[in-house]
Write a protein that binds this ligand. Structure first.
Ligand code: PHE
Ligand code: ZN
Length: 894
């Protein structure tokens, strides 16, 4: 039964065009922390494309209306409710002038206009603009903005908004103003303003057409030394988008501003990107290699939105993946090209990037797609749109875009992009429009491809193979199907078009030149088969000996491959596959299989002695020692799947058993290969000053993995010495935090001393203090009561629920990094979760909903845990306020 009190659900198929359009808007802000006044003058007209509607309904939330004028005359024929403002009997075209107030200082939701460290920021995606003023707050209403900001000059010397600065000056009473104009029509979710005491790193560049552009990265003064990497990334991104897609920066100036309190990673506001400090600030002392890589990716991502998202935007929020899937794909390609350009082995550098992307998809998106929040890349309905900024929309969406490129080739994909911009520049469009452009630019019928947008769940591809020695043929049968998800059994509506890349590896480890029946000559080593039916058979001819199939090379589609590889075949592929992604995948399959068997065993008995197949240890040892492989790749192969991923692979998730199994295998690999780990540790030092190059990053990653294994080995005294020395001598955060992690793992006085030192050293660096919290919350020490520790740390003066990064560092890191302790059988983890979800629910609903999601898979767990999780969900439901959290809990409980 639908809950009659629950907020209404919005359905994709209910879309109707906006009854009115807004051509221009002039906004004036009197910025005051307690109460800011906003004056909005808009030119409106009836939309010829929409059904006639006598009244105008504007969205508005938490606003106070001060005055309303229609064509200059005070207007009383209006009504205000929680959703906004209705103006009755309006003419066909008119000017509306609204004066309203909002309260930035008391706004803890971090949506709309709010304060962070005393500076003003806005966040309008998806529906934050309505917390600033009354408006048609939907992405298909695109207006030209002129913005005047007025504020106290001493407190807020810098006043920024979208577009170009056209005027600035002083005003009486210590105030000043700035006037900005954005020449491009945009939806309200791309509006932004920033006001505060900030400084900028500046660069001037010349773009493709010869135009000069001003680039700025705005931060607080003490962070200016941490802006260079973001600036470099921005310049690279600008050049890359010109070279790869022919897309040029369209504004005279492009600004990035860092903010400490932010719900997400960053935001692509037109010409004024606002970033979580975590994705801007880096210097060698405070940022790790992953931070450097993430900054490059996110700076690229937001910049690329300028075309994919801003110039061409979304018709409605169901089309979110139109901009996000495409832009994630673009940032992935950018990172891969950057890594390849800076690497000795370009192909290996690309593969390592691909592995990282797929790892996240498999860990996060596959789980999402099998749980109560499962939804298609283009969702059918939502209660709160903020809950649909998901791994499915972003990561699976990026895989869907990548499949066009796999099917059409790089050039074909580029032609599709060109046609897309040619047709839709300046418009708000749908995923169908994108698919149509890809199809028509390549004269291909892509009707079947639509199912990737409408079908939820991860497809399985069952593979059967048969070698006919007499006929020298090898047949591969591919069958696509779904498995029912837990509380939403579903089936496929129709078969998907799946690009399935395959290679056949002969007994010497060489790729065969593939020839399908009916073809005159052998072709390439990798073949993209197009699976477009429920089941299809492909027959390869001239196959002299029985090969081992290398399936779904480079992860050519977001599916799960089911094939009965023997351990020996996986060991063989791990050693020989020419596709580096599949080499890694073979290793992961092998190790996952081993860990799941160990977990089942751990549920019954103690894991003691050596329970492992020596050939598996040998196979991993050979990878570790193989100097022809990049250190980055070796690190990826030797990194075990996370506990969350492993639990997900069980019929009934048993976090304790998974933890025991994983720790056991870690120790076995640590001890069996301890000599190699020591050698690796000694050999992969990076002499010279810190550089975030792919080569150095790979060396550090492998070296620090060695340190981590050594700290799990019998040689703990040796590990302690190495960790201590590395901690003391480190000239960069990757090495220092890895050493601290090892010291924490080894425990005792050295751990306490290092933690104290780290805190002192970085007391004034919030992002480093986040690491201090996270490293403690994710430690794997068996005898440590982490729930107790997390509670103690929540009372630390540096902890606050108001800062999302801090909450993620402590609470989210603990829950996802240490499932065995979170799922304690006494329910203490769930009690913590209930408290914090409810505490955040009123403070910051968006963050609360993300925390709420960490229990959505409760049905997947063993009965004893499941019951307690159910109770915890019911407890939250009983006192939840926000529709954000309610939607998550409602769906989890269906
Ligand atoms: N649109 C942002 C991005 O993907 C993400 C975001 C969504 C940020 C909602 C804030 C609020 O780049
Ligand atoms: Zn994005």
């Amino acid at each position: 039964m639908p809950n009659p009190t629950s907020p209404s659900t919005i359905h994709r198929t209910d879309y109707t065009p906006p009854p009115f359009l807004i051509d221009t808007i002039e906004l004036e802000f009197e910025l005051e922390a307690e109460r800011t006044t906003v004056t909005s003058k808009m030119q409106l007209r009836r939309n010829p494309q929409a059904a006639y509607c006598p009244e105008l309904q504007l969205s508005g939330e938490a606003l106070q209306l001060i005055s309303l004028r229609l064509d200059g005359v005070a207007c009383t024929n209006r009504q205000i409710d929680e959703a906004g403002l209705t103006v009755y009997d309006v003419p066909d075209a008119f000017e509306l002038t609204i004066v309203n107030a909002c309260e930035p200082a008391s706004n803890t939701s971090l949506m709309g206009l709010y304060l962070s460290n005393g500076h003003f920021f806005t966040q309008c995606e998806a529906q934050g603009f309505r917390k600033i003023t009354y408006f048609l707050d939907r992405p298909d209403v695109m207006a030209r903005y002129t913005v005047i900001l007025r504020a106290n000059k001493a407190a807020y010397p810098i006043l920024l908004s979208n577009g170009n600065l056209i005027e600035a000056g002083d005003l009486p009473n210590g105030k000043h103003y700035a006037k900005w104009h954005d020449p491009f029509a945009k939806p309200s979710y791309l509006f932004a303003l920033v006001a505060g005491q900030l400084v900028a790193l500046e660069e001037r560049i010349i773009t493709h057409s010869g135009a000069q552009k001003l680039l700025q990265v705005w931060v607080e003064a003490h962070d200016l030394d941490k802006t260079h990497h973001a600036m470099d990334a921005l310049i690279h991104a600008i050049h890359w988008d010109e070279a790869r897609f022919g897309l040029e920066l369209d504004l005279e100036r492009f600004m990035i501003v860092a903010v400490s309190d932010f719900n997400m990673g960053a935001m692509e506001n037109k010409g004024l990107n606002i970033f979580n400090t975590k994705y801007v600030l880096a210097n060698p002392q405070t940022a790790t290699d992953s931070d450097y890589a993430n900054i490059e990716a996110v700076v690229g991502h937001e910049y690329f939105h300028n075309w994919t998202g801003n110039r061409v935007t979304c018709r409605d929020w169901f089309q979110l993946s139109l901009k996000e899937g495409l832009t994630v794909f673009r940032d992935q390609e950018f990172s891969a090209d950057m890594a390849a350009a800076g690497a000795v082995n370009a192909a290996a550098a690309r593969a390592s990037q691909r592995i990282e992307n797929v790892r996240i998809l498999q860990q996060v998106q596959f789980a999402e797609d099998a749980g109560p929040m499962a939804h298609p890349v283009r969702p059918e309905s939502y209660v709160e749109i903020n809950n649909f900024y998901t791994a499915t929309v972003y990561e699976k969406g990026a895989e869907v875009v990548r499949m066009y490129q796999t099917l059409l080739g790089r050039d074909g994909f580029r032609q599709g992009m060109d046609l897309y911009f040619q047709r839709h520049d300046g418009q708000a469009v749908s995923c169908d429009d994108f698919r149509q452009a890809m199809a028509e630019a390549n004269q291909r019928d892509l009707a079947q491809f639509e199912h990737w947008y409408s079908q939820l769940g991860t497809p399985y591809v069952l593979v059967r193979s048969q070698y006919d020695e007499a006929a020298r043929t090898y047949t591969v049968t591919l069958a696509q199907h779904y498995k029912p998800v837990l509380n939403a059994p579903y089936t496929a509506s129709a078969p998907l078009l799946i690009p399935f890349a395959i290679g056949l590896v002969d007994a010497n480890g060489q790729d065969l030149a593939l020839q399908l029946a009916g073809e005159g000559a052998p072709g390439t080593a990798t073949r993209v088969l197009e699976l477009n039916q429920a089941e299809q058979t492909f027959r390869f001819i001239n196959v002299q000996t029985q090969p081992v199939p290398s399936l779904l090379r480079d992860f050519s589609a977001p599916v799960i491959v089911e094939y009965d590889y023997t351990d020996d075949e996986l060991i063989f592929l791990l050693a020989h596959d020419s596709d580096p992604f599949n080499r890694w995948a073979a290793g992961q399959r092998l190790v996952t299989r081993t860990l799941l068997a160990l977990a089942r065993q751990a549920e019954r008995t103690q894991l003691t002695g050596n329970q492992l197949n020596q050939s598996i240890i040998d196979a991993f040892g050979r990878i570790l020692r193989d100097e022809t492989l990049t250190p980055a790749f070796r690190e990826q192969v030797l990194t075990l799947p996370t506990e969350i991923y492993l639990a997900e692979q069980m019929d009934q998730a048993d976090p304790a058993a998974v933890h025991t199994a994983r720790q056991y295998l870690r120790t076995q690999l640590a001890n069996a290969l301890s000599h190699d780990w020591s050698t690796i540790y000694a050999r992969h030092q990076t002499p010279g000053p810190y550089q975030p190059t792919p080569a150095d990053m790979g060396q550090r990653a492998l070296k620090n993995l060695a340190l981590s294994y050594l700290s799990n080995s019998k040689q703990s005294a040796h590990a302690l010495h190495l960790a201590q020395t590395q901690y003391d001598r480190a000239d960069n955060m990757s090495d220092r935090s890895a050493a601290l992690a090892a010291l924490i793992h080894l425990g005792g006085q050295p751990a306490q001393a290092a933690l104290a030192d780290f805190y002192q050293r970085f007391e004034n660096e919030p992002l480093a203090i986040d690491k201090w919290f996270a490293l403690q919350a994710t430690q794997q020490r068996a005898e440590m009561d982490l729930i107790k520790l997390v509670r103690t740390l929540m009372h630390h003066p540096a902890f606050t629920l108001k800062n999302p990064n801090r909450v993620r560092a402590l609470i989210f890191s603990f829950i996802s990094g240490n499932p065995a302790q979170f799922h304690a059988t006494n329910g203490s983890g769930y009690a913590l979760w209930v408290e914090q979800v409810l505490a955040l629910d009123t403070l910051n609903p968006q963050l609360a909903a993300r925390l709420a999601r960490l229990l959505e898979r409760w049905r997947k767990f063993t009965p004893a845990l499941r019951e307690q999780m159910h109770e915890a969900l019911e407890t939250v439901l009983a006192s939840v306020h926000s529709k954000d959290v309610r939607e998550i809990i409602d769906k989890a409980l269906i």
